[in-house]
Design a protein around this ligand. Structure first.
Ligand code: FAD
Length: 610
């Protein structure tokens, strides 16, 4: 058994920032990660980090843009924390040596990004995430923070009191990918989940194969509510054959989108008469798909993104990485020809419910980064707002877990404060049954209080691994994962219809039934990726079901969530977060009002046009 004050699960931007903060606050801190830190998906971020750095800019404008971008579903205390703290955090990165792009006068450069009223996106060429990750990893190494890399965390050790708010997280259980051993990691003070995105629930995604929503699924099964799962961001510029991202930085620098008729459709067909290509991502994604559906797409699939008019010098200076991606993954030379693009799954606005300090309702359990939902992005994230979220809330969670007191949070967690029960109309059949008698599915829940919780969790996890390795059947994870991904891309995509969402739910539940017979065909103990992918697939099933159920519940059109028969934003009914709790092995739906009261102002919902 390993033991530390604070255990951070995940070594991307959020995990590294959390670990640095916890260590600086005096805690003996360790990171446990299934990947080596610099292979984390933060390294793929291209475009930049939003921060109101200039005299002519203001954090309050950033907060306003973010609330408007969220379609008034963000919580003001979290949004204001993000916007107030991000300048200091970006300057901190610069002091740690991050190689930001600079203007001729030496100032850190900023570029326009979609939905921003000021060009406040700082960047390092088109490799911002790579720079950020390496800069923070250096700081983690410098501080001697212990990193257990290639350890796959498959369960949290959480006690099982009836109300999750009375539960405590004592640590986590992880599988050593190198040796095949299952071990406990005891956390004396706190566990921070920083496990990143869940894009692998879809089949066309910008996310890496490692982005399987593990942290969200583990927290959910341990009793932590998951919030606003229906809000999935589809990025408008992904390469059609692979889903590889072409950064919004291209449009920020002046790149133009054309349909098959050579029209600049965002203006010519009235989708975004003011901001055109720099409208918010949900708006541009819907516009592209509408062009394709109305017969103006190219090869009935995509539109063109042209940056040739920017000139070779500017492209090579600011967007060189984009040239490599287009050439390597689509065989297109961006200096000579337009790049084909279409919408692809990119980001999860929802996730593990936290307050503005990164705390969940379970004592000693925190979350930060893409896996968390402090409710900064609401119904739609603005480009360039995820990286500041990592560093602002990563730091906050790290310091809190190490024992710093931030006073009372304004955002409630768990079923404290105001909330109401919810149901899907028309009702859907009961969801997953997490049967303790089914060893393939019976993972990740809370462990009976009164016995040694971490040891109990390790024992159960060893049994699950043994069971998966010994089951003799023809069902493998790949077929299940494929069918879930295709179902999600077909029915739970940019455009959502009620029948499609019901079909998706049926498919997911059928896949879950098949999963109860899943087997791992590779018997080896070392680097058994078959086993890891099998466990990840279990998480994807829970994630896909949660996205679909929440999507069915919300019968309105807000931000990234478009419903065919509900074409308006229903503020009277829906200024509230969707929450799902895992009660006795099945999802329970409930709601909590959105917090629109900020420090000095109230954010009155307005119509959202660009
Ligand atoms: C292609 C792309 C480009 C983007 N560009 C931008 C941009 O320009 N600006 C912006 O603001 N945002 C951008 N985003 C979004 C942003 O990059 C991500 O939201 C953010 O980097 C996620 O960081 P994270 O620390 O939460 O997770 P990650 O960086 O994904 O790290 C997750 C960590 O968790 C670990 N982990 C996961 N599961 C387990 C497990 N079971 N056990 C142990 N460890 C585990 C992984 O090993 C990894 O270390 C982009 C996203 C993509 C996909």
């Amino acid at each position: 058994m390993k033991e530390h004050d604070v255990i951070v699960i995940g070594a991307g931007g959020a995990g590294l920032r959390a670990a640095i903060a916890a260590q600086e606050a005096g805690a003996d801190t360790a990171i446990v990660s299934k990947l080596h830190p610099v292979r984390s998906h933060t390294g793929a971020a291209e475009g930049g980090i939003n921060a109101a750095l200039r005299d002519a800019d203001d954090w309050e404008d950033h907060a306003y843009d973010t609330m408007k971008g969220s379609d008034y579903l963000g919580d003001a205390p979290a949004i204001e924390t993000l916007c107030k703290e991000s300048p200091e955090e970006v300057i901190q990165l610069e002091h740690w040596g991050m190689a930001f792009s600079r203007d001729d006068d030496g100032q850190v450069s900023q570029r326009p990004f979609g939905g921003l009223s000021f060009p406040r996106t700082t960047y390092a060429g088109a490799e911002t995430g790579h720079q950020l990750l390496h800069t923070m990893y250096e700081q983690a190494v410098k501080r001697g923070i212990q990193v257990y890399d290639e350890w796959y965390v498959n369960r949290l050790a959480v006690s099982d009191e009836p109300d999750p708010a009375d539960r405590t997280c004592h640590g986590a259980v992880a599988y050593d990918i190198k040796s095949g051993e299952v071990e406990g990691f005891k956390a004396r003070d706190g566990v921070i989940l920083a496990t990143g995105g869940l894009g692998q629930a879809f089949d066309h995604t910008t996310n890496a194969v490692a982005n399987t929503g593990d942290g969200v699924a583990m927290a959910y099964r341990a009793g932590v509510p998951i919030e606003d799962m229906e809000f999935i961001q589809f990025h408008p510029t992904t390469l059609p054959s692979t889903g590889v991202l072409i950064s919004e930085g291209v449009r920020g620098e002046g790149g133009i989108l054309y349909n098959d008729e050579g029209e600049r459709f965002l203006y010519e067909h009235g989708y975004a008469n003011n901001d055109g290509e720099l409208a918010s991502r949900d708006v541009v994604s819907r516009a592209e798909l509408t062009e394709v559906q109305e017969g103006r797409g190219i090869e009935d699939e995509y539109v063109n993104l042209d940056m040739r008019h920017l000139g070779d010098e500017r492209i090579l200076d600011r967007l060189e990485n984009i040239l490599h991606l287009a050439e390597d993954f689509e065989g297109v030379d961006g200096l000579e020809e337009p790049m084909p693009v279409k919408p692809g799954q990119h980001y999860a606005m929802g996730g593990i419910e936290t307050n503005e300090f990164g705390e969940t309702c379970v004592n000693g359990l925190y979350a930060a980064g893409e896996c968390a939902c402090a409710s900064v992005h609401g119904a739609n994230r603005l480009g360039g707002n995820a990286l500041p979220e990592l560093i602002v809330f990563g730091k906050m969670a790290g310091r809190h877990a190490a024992g710093e007191d931030f006073g009372e949070a304004q955002i409630d967690t768990g079923r404290r404060g105001e909330w109401e029960p919810g149901e899907v109309s028309p009702p859907v059949s009961p969801g997953a049954i997490d049967s303790p008698d089914d060893p393939a599915l019976a993972d990740g829940g809370a462990v009976a209080a009164g016995k040694d919780i971490l040891r109990g969790a390790v024992k159960e996890e060893r049994q699950r691994v043994k069971h998966l390795l010994e089951t003799d059947s023809a069902v493998g994870h790949a077929e299940i994962r494929d069918s879930v991904q295709q179902t999600m891309t077909e029915f739970v995509n940019v455009f959502r219809e009620e029948d499609g969402l019901h079909s998706a739910l049926e498919e997911i539940r059928a896949a879950r039934e098949r999963y109860s017979n899943v087997t791992v065909s590779d018997p080896s103990r070392t680097f058994n990726t078959d086993l890891i992918h099998t466990i990840e697939t279990r998480n994807l099933l829970d994630i896909a079901e949660a996205i679909t159920l929440s999507g069915l519940a919300r019968d309105e059109f807000r931000g990234a969530h478009w419903r065919a028969k509900h074409q308006e934003r229903k503020d009277n009914e829906w200024l509230k977060h969707t929450l799902l709790s895992w009660d006795d092995g099945q999802p329970t739906l409930w709601f909590r009002p959105t917090v629109l009261e900020g420090e000095n102002r109230s954010y009155e919902p307005k119509s959202r046009s660009y």
